[in-house]
Write a new protein. Structure first.
Length: 280
């Protein structure tokens, strides 16, 4: 995880929450008061965000005392204690909401991802996340996918070429789009993987004719057509299925032989896990 970006995220989140002061705490608790809290698990799932929580606490109070009992990726149940934190009461109260917001969402994502991953046991197909993430939290949400056993697609627009339907249409077609990308990468001296989306078998055949890419995305293909596409591609390129695939149909798509299945729901249709920070 990018430490500089994480530091900026924490600063911005605390600035948004605290404004000109945590007046609730400042008005009734002495600045010298110390205390201790525990992270209490209230719902079963996969724990995520422990390392980020520690960074949040230490960014506000470097000498704060943290005793960790459970690590990221641990299967948890109600009543489990992930960690305790001892330090300034003002620090504990001003960081409480941010820590919980991060850990509840990350744990929800890790838990949901793990459910998808379990559907693919015994197969080689990997579950991928997408760019359908919360603005400002992509790094954390994609880390949660990894903790849950999934894999990250690209981080953003900068680390992979992804030619989707709009790119192809605006560029004037599949061949023009691919040739333009190859020229662009050569001129810029960049070595980026190229993935191209196809909407039907005609577009797939054109991609196979033109070549020059590394991965083909089968967009909204049904299962029988996906199987035909895999047979046609015949191992020449990586294959990704995407579009309308649910946890109920996930394994059926994987059994067609695709390498990856991207699921936007891993990060944008999740339920945060119930956790709390309680005073001791």
């Amino acid at each position: 995880m990018n430490k500089h970006l994480l530091k900026e995220f924490i600063e911005n989140a605390l600035r948004e929450d605290i404004g000109d002061g945590d007046h609730s705490s400042l008005s009734c608790i002495p600045a010298s008061a110390t205390g201790k809290v525990q992270l209490l698990v209230k719902e079963s799932g996969i724990l995520a965000g422990v390392e980020v929580a520690q960074t949040i606490f230490k960014q506000v109070e470097p000498d704060i005392k943290i005793e960790q009992f459970l690590a990221d990726g641990t299967k948890i149940k109600p009543g489990d204690i992930a960690f305790t934190v001892e330090g300034s009461v003002h620090t504990l109260l001003k960081t409480e909401r941010l820590v919980l917001n991060v850990m509840q969402r990350m744990s929800g994502i890790a838990t949901q991802t793990n459910e998808y991953v379990k559907q693919l046991e015994g197969l080689n197909t990997k579950v991928l996340d997408t760019r359908k993430t919360t603005p400002g939290m992509r790094m954390l949400e994609k880390a949660a996918v990894k903790i849950g056993g999934g894999e990250n697609h690209r981080m953003g627009l900068f680390d992979m070429i992804m030619l989707k339907d709009n790119h192809i249409d605006f560029a004037g077609g599949i061949e023009k789009a691919i040739l333009s990308v190859k020229k662009y990468l050569a001129n810029k001296g960049k070595d980026l993987k190229i993935e191209i989306e196809v909407r039907n078998m005609d577009e797939l055949n054109e991609v196979l004719r033109v070549g020059g890419i590394q991965r083909i995305m089968l967009d909204n293909f049904d299962i029988p057509t996906s199987r035909k596409a895999v047979e046609l591609i015949n191992g020449q390129y990586e294959i990704e299925s995407s579009g309308g695939i649910t946890i109920d149909t996930l394994r059926d798509y994987a059994e067609t032989g695709v390498d990856f299945i991207s699921v936007g729901a891993l990060t944008h249709q999740i339920k945060s896990l119930d956790l709390s920070l309680k005073a001791l």
